[in-house]
Ligand binder design. Sequence first.
Ligand SMILES: Cc1cc2nc3c(=O)[nH]c(=O)nc-3n(C[C@H](O)[C@H](O)[C@H](O)COP(=O)(O)OP(=O)(O)OC[C@H]3O[C@@H](n4cnc5c(N)ncnc54)[C@H](O)[C@@H]3O)c2cc1C
Length: 262
Amino acid sequence: MSLRIVVCVKYVPDATGDRQFTEDLTVNRDDVDGLLSELDEYAVEQALQISENSDDDVEITVLTVGPEDAKDALRKALSMGADKAIHVEDDDLHGTDVMGTSLVLAKAIEKAGYDLVITGMASTDGTMGVLPAILAERLGVPQATLLSEVKVEDGTVTGRRDGDSASEQLQASLPALVSVTDQSGEARYPSFKGIMAAKKKPVESWDLEDLEIEADEVGLEGSWTAVDSAAQRPARTAGTIVKDEGEGGKQLAEFLAGQKFI
Ligand SMILES: Cc1cc2nc3c(=O)[nH]c(=O)nc-3n(C[C@H](O)[C@H](O)[C@H](O)COP(=O)(O)OP(=O)(O)OC[C@H]3O[C@@H](n4cnc5c(N)ncnc54)[C@H](O)[C@@H]3O)c2cc1C
């Protein structure tokens, strides 16, 4: 038996840098450092653990929709241990919202072939957390979202979803889609051997034509949502420095009380 897993990974602007917007109110992804969304590392990790615990022949493909630099996110996932990568890139994708992104991902996943799709719980930039559900609907497969434990056995994926008051055990027959949380297990660091091996792993590039998607189905024109305005947050004001000259503790307590923290 073989099991084909597709892991959706997003290349996101580094959250420690300033978020900038371009003139058309889209996020500036060109002039900022980016990286593999931290929450998607958990999705890659779960795919690797399924593979390691399986007697089946498991193939892990990582997939991203993003600009040229998004290849960095794919390389990181490959160096963690994924087998191959697909990069969907096209100038007409600029400004595509979640509906367009899910369309592109669905077409790419269908073209690649799959038994199980794994996504993160949310991206660290858009953080909508809805893409997995929309993607499952587009693929017409069952979804089990926000899992903190995933297992695959006998053509079935099972998982635990931890809520505030109860833990649910979910089960779906393959093909299916699951999203995993940051509680699913620490993501591994790529080893030196993994980094070297990743350089030789295949990375396919597809554009909209390869996926038979028309330009007006994506981009700003095809988006169901529009951003009306975007503004930088006001700069942080300077903090208050309490110098300890014998009365530091008292001054600190007074400050915290004044701010109603205590
Ligand atoms: C170059 C570029 C320009 C964009 N411009 C806009 C824009 O102007 N307006 C707009 O609304 N949106 C835009 N998007 C799309 C947006 O960044 C999100 O990809 C999309 O809206 C999904 O929202 P989210 O990241 O909040 O998804 P979430 O639902 O928070 O993500 C959940 C999971 O879905 C998967 N996922 C999400 N996005 C991708 C992806 N791109 N590739 C692979 N897996 C993914 C990951 O596994 C992630 O953990 C753009 C994307 C790109 C790459």
